[in-house]
Design a protein around this ligand. Sequence first.
Ligand SMILES: Nc1ncnc2c1ncn2[C@@H]1O[C@H](COP(=O)(O)OP(=O)(O)OP(=O)(O)O)[C@@H](O)[C@H]1O
Ligand SMILES: Nc1ncnc2c1ncn2[C@@H]1O[C@H](COP(=O)(O)OP(=O)(O)OP(=O)(O)O)[C@@H](O)[C@H]1O
Ligand SMILES: [Mg+2]
Ligand SMILES: [Mg+2]
Lengths: 256, 256
Amino acid sequence: MGKIIAVANQKGGVGKTTTAINLAASLAAGEMKTLLIDLDPQANSTSGLGVGRTKLKKSFYHVIVLGEPLKNILLNTEIEKMQIAPSDRNLAGAEIELVDVEDREYKLKNIVEPVRQDFDFIIIDCPPSLGLLTVNALGAADSVLIPVQCEYFALEGVSAIWDTLVRVRRTLNPNLAVEGFLLTMYDERTKLSSQVMSDLRDFLGTQVFATAIPRNVKLAEAPSHGKPILLYDIRSRGADSYMRLAQEVIKNGKKG
Amino acid sequence: MGKIIAVANQKGGVGKTTTAINLAASLAAGEMKTLLIDLDPQANSTSGLGVGRTKLKKSFYHVIVLGEPLKNILLNTEIEKMQIAPSDRNLAGAEIELVDVEDREYKLKNIVEPVRQDFDFIIIDCPPSLGLLTVNALGAADSVLIPVQCEYFALEGVSAIWDTLVRVRRTLNPNLAVEGFLLTMYDERTKLSSQVMSDLRDFLGTQVFATAIPRNVKLAEAPSHGKPILLYDIRSRGADSYMRLAQEVIKNGKKG
Ligand SMILES: Nc1ncnc2c1ncn2[C@@H]1O[C@H](COP(=O)(O)OP(=O)(O)OP(=O)(O)O)[C@@H](O)[C@H]1O
Ligand SMILES: Nc1ncnc2c1ncn2[C@@H]1O[C@H](COP(=O)(O)OP(=O)(O)OP(=O)(O)O)[C@@H](O)[C@H]1O
Ligand SMILES: [Mg+2]
Ligand SMILES: [Mg+2]
């Protein structure tokens, strides 16, 4: 299928990494050959899958800035059909080192296009900013999945994302679609959560995934064990919701 | 007293803004003349205090990039002794527009030094990155307050912050002190929270504030009403914990 999905939102802590890891893992468990690209210098996707910083000789930095072939840095994971292209702190230098490079917004596109057909899905975890790394992800992607935390600041941040999408489509990637807005960390016991949920569904309609991810401490514990949720606690509500999200994404992929 | 405190952590969603707003408000309620500077282009501190984006003719962007006097953008708040220097999306351009400017890391220092004695405390809310805006904040500050969410990725991010502090002290600001590490969003019902809490206290000792901020939905609701917690719900656990944090900060200020 070769579908490339960027997981992006400039607001911090809204569940980009948790979604990137667990969507990728759930797709792979559903027999979809999946690559997870960690595009954040904070390398949370990398550590959340148990890839120790000390083991990494080369990371995505070497690929995007120094031109190392992507194949050379791919690592297997505990899930058979899932691989990861890991990040490390060196990637923080990328935004500055690429500033004067020609085609700096297309670096990632040129890296993933040749490997697109090797995978059913390529999932890209982005940092909490609209800087050069995220711009590269939006330039390379077929679609963008936007996690939105069920709280006020996240709701407010949606219009900034919207403007970014409009701008990216006009300049960098006219074909960039919205994979969907994903409600995350909703807490059924609070009015705030359901208020934000209904505001978002009113505002964005069918672009909001039917699946919403509940606040579930298992999702926060799993990365400390270096595992995706379905290996850490398959019976948790966290695992169930990401499995259902993967089903929605696979269905979108077949229509798309 | 004229003490300048940057609230910083490159990890997203750890409570920087919630801390900046509520620490500043609690200091002001404690008779300390306080200025809150919103240094984040996402302008969450600004909107969290009910300053509508449409009302802003000028923001911190005009001050830091176009040289507008700081006094011209200061706004009063519902708390008598608290003012805010608001931000807006234009500030996103600052990191790029200042790249080739001489002394670009000292822009903020040159802005706040002249007004230092007009306030007891100046609190700076930083974006989730270690880019030029955060570097400016660390260059201008007397001390840095680091909120750390009681979860795995935040614990992991502490070493990155540590390295940044070392680097900033060596190059930009040899006098930068640690105001303290603040445990945020701890959830007493989860083992994860208490595990992270004890790891942090072991690792950082007395640099961790005695006060920890509990997860309290009132803190997430308050910004949707444009109010700091002590005006939204003074009897909440959120309000109580930020009042106690303010007391610790005032005490540090008297020793320092
Ligand atoms: N549904 C959930 N239930 C409980 N905890 C969650 C959930 N989703 C994410 N978390 C936790 O919340 C924190 C923030 O999530 P995460 O790191 O995935 O967000 P992010 O958007 O990638 O953050 P950043 O902007 O820093 O990259 C993490 O500690 C994570 O483990
Ligand atoms: N103690 C708390 N209890 C409940 N919710 C909280 C608490 N502290 C913060 N929040 C909520 O968690 C979310 C993230 O907090 P906040 O925006 O303050 O973090 P931040 O570090 O400033 O994020 P960013 O990195 O995007 O600037 C917000 O929706 C906020 O209202
Ligand atoms: Mg992340
Ligand atoms: Mg913030």
